[in-house]
Design a protein around this ligand. Structure first.
Ligand code: SF4
Length: 495
């Protein structure tokens, strides 16, 4: 579908709001001078023109069976950025109203398309108070009452965690970009071990070197390590010896004893065994994630995860026996062919296990995933079912004393929903909040890892990218070490 823009420079926001309604449509953004295009339907036209009091924004939609247009005005404002963002917001509102009427879809997040709604909620809350932020989300961004309450509650729990971070805090992220097989919805760089098993040993060797090199740089500054997160991928793809090697280096070179949380994303239940769990526990890992995604074996097969629901139950029981007292479990709402009943059985089973935290994701149809390549589309029925699944989570998890503590959104999520981390009091995943809020610097090592250096004075982030794929990481390792020098330059200026 073509989206014509006359004098509209809000390409990104315009595309995003249309994508909320047409997630699988190929959208072509076209700048034109004036309204004389000859276009095949369907198409959308947006225009911004000067008016006596400021600007007039206009959007029109043209489908075979429906054509309509809406205009609105934006009064001139001395504050240039406020003036521009109001034009952007009103353009999005015009498109939203037209497409809501045409499709019958009422997106629960209104015109809010960003990844971090809680961050915006907090900024407005701190500046203008609760009544204002609630009004702004409802009337200006068209967010539903239910999502506003969710934001309010999540913000409260997040803030408590953010306040524990100080100006010299940082977290360490370690990437293990290998998985036993590739999930059909995956868009990460992770490599299946079927293809890349021989790369794991050299990868772990170099990762240890990168960690040592990085730790030596950090030791020169008065920094405070808050959390460590080993993610991926599936870190427990490593065998017990490889894990031991990696964790020994981390324990030896980083102040592990004084950090508040040390997570390993165990991920696939079929990669967990007693030896690995013991290695993790004896090396100060105090939080693991065992991710069933669904407890429906048929669907697990469909989405390319070669484990069973029983293996999840066994891995969980084993982790408890070994001594883990904080276990998180991840689920996905909106998986292909999963009914509400199936999801309900999954959640009921997980809640009976009594993990300390449960993260409920919504399926995102990323362009690079097999699922999207296979032509699986997000149907409206999936959206309604995913919505029902989230409602059930909220009710059941509240009843069992889990509260939302972090939330983020991605593009192309089924039903335009969100991912929510729920936790019992005292068991929130701190790293999840810090990375999502961009609270402090994240020092990242490994393939695909991105270091984010936070300048709290200017509220800016400087990024250092590592090569993505394991073979690139191995071949370009010298360059990766060289790039780490930017950490030194940053802290020399900042601390
Ligand atoms: S476990 Fe995660 S990283 Fe690995 S293939 Fe599945 S979605 Fe991708």
């Amino acid at each position: 579908m073509k989206i014509y823009m006359i004098n509209n420079t809000f390409r990104y926001e315009t595309e995003n709001i249309v994508r909320v309604f047409f997630p699988n449509e190929k959208l072509e953004m076209v700048n034109i001078e004036k309204n004389e295009q000859e276009s095949e339907k369907p198409y959308i036209l947006t225009q911004i023109t000067d008016s006596d009091s400021g600007k007039t924004v206009m959007a029109s939609v043209h489908f075979e069976d429906y054509t309509n247009a809406i205009t609105d005005t934006v009064d001139f404002c001395e504050n240039e950025s406020q003036y521009i963002s109001e034009q952007e917001r009103k353009t999005a509102v015009c498109i939203y109203r037209l497409l809501t009427e045409y499709t019958g879809i009422i997106p629960p997040w209104g015109i809010l398309t960003g990844v971090r709604p809680i961050k915006l909620f907090r900024r407005l809350l701190q500046k203008h108070g609760l009544d204002y932020v609630r009004m702004y989300f409802k009337d200006k961004l068209l967010v539903s009452e239910e999502k506003i309450s969710l934001c309010q509650e999540t913000e409260r729990n997040e803030s408590y965690i953010i306040r524990q971070s100080s100006d010299n805090s940082y977290s360490l992220y370690v990437s293990i970009p290998f998985c036993p097989t590739r999930c059909s919805y995956c868009s990460f760089v992770s490599q299946s071990t079927e293809k890349s098993a021989k790369l794991i040993d050299p990868y772990v060797d170099l990762l240890c070197q990168e960690l040592i090199h990085t730790a030596k740089i950090l030791a020169g500054y008065p920094l405070k390590l808050e959390t460590i997160y080993i993610g991926g991928g599936t870190p427990t793809t490593l065998n017990a010896e490889q894990l031991q090697k990696l964790l020994t280096v981390i324990n030896q070179y980083f102040p592990v004893n004084s950090c508040k949380e040390f997570t390993v994303e165990a991920g696939r239940p079929d990669t967990i065994n007693e030896d690995k769990l013991k290695v993790m526990l004896t090396n100060h890992v105090d939080r693991i994630s065992i991710n069933p995604q669904t407890m429906n074996d048929d669907i697990l097969r469909t989405i390319g995860r070669h484990h069973t629901a029983q293996q999840t139950l066994d891995a969980f029981a084993l982790a408890r026996t070994v001594g883990f007292t904080h276990i998180n479990m991840d689920l996905i709402a909106g998986l292909p062919n999963e009914s509400f009943e199936s999801f309900r059985r999954t959640l009921d089973t997980i809640v009976r296990l009594n993990p300390e935290s449960i993260t409920v994701h919504t399926l995102a149809m990323k362009r690079s995933s097999h699922l999207t390549a296979q032509g699986m589309h997000i149907m409206k029925e999936n959206a309604d079912t995913a919505c029902q699944m989230h409602d059930y989570c909220r009710t059941l998890l509240y009843e069992h004393a889990y509260e939302p503590y972090y939330l983020y959104r991605q593009s192309r999520m089924v039903g335009n929903l969100e991912n929510i981390g729920y936790a019992r009091k005292g068991f929130s995943g701190l790293y999840n909040v810090y990375i999502m809020d961009e609270t402090h610097s994240i020092i990242a090592c490994g393939g695909g890892a991105v270091t984010k250096l936070k300048n709290n004075h200017e509220d800016t982030l400087q990024r250092i990218f590592n090569y993505k794929y394991p073979y690139e990481y191995i071949n370009g390792f010298a360059e990766i070490l060289k790039r780490k020098d930017e950490i030194r330059t940053f802290f020399d200026n900042f601390l």
